[in-house]
Design a protein around this ligand. Sequence first.
Ligand code: NI
Length: 138
Amino acid sequence: MSHTLRFGVSLDGTLLKRFDRLNRKKGYANRSEAIRDLIREELVKQEWIDESVIAGTITLVYDHHTRGLTDKLVEIQHDHYNIIISSQHVHIDHDNCLEIIIVKGAPKQMEKLSFQLKSARGIKHCSLTMATTGKNIN
Ligand code: NI
């Protein structure tokens, strides 16, 4: 754990007012907390660009009756077994399934996997959430 340092920020008055209003709305106790979160957010976004190893999730919703779809999804996931940590399948109702795939690897590989899943015929929803392993974020 590193030391906490203080630094001053010069800002346009109107911009600062808007920032404070937004922070109140979001429930931040003070500016420092809001600025810390903004910095972390930017550092995480940079990880996605720098091709670091990141963690993420892919959420799928599909009708399992669609011919060949479940086989196709298994095949695609086996092609990316090296970045898939775990997956969970939930039967939402008689027809629909929700699947969460937890991934860890390069952002480009994640996007490729997500794109392949999304383009499988019968997928109703597919979203990729890129996060971070948290290793370099304090
Ligand atoms: Ni199911």
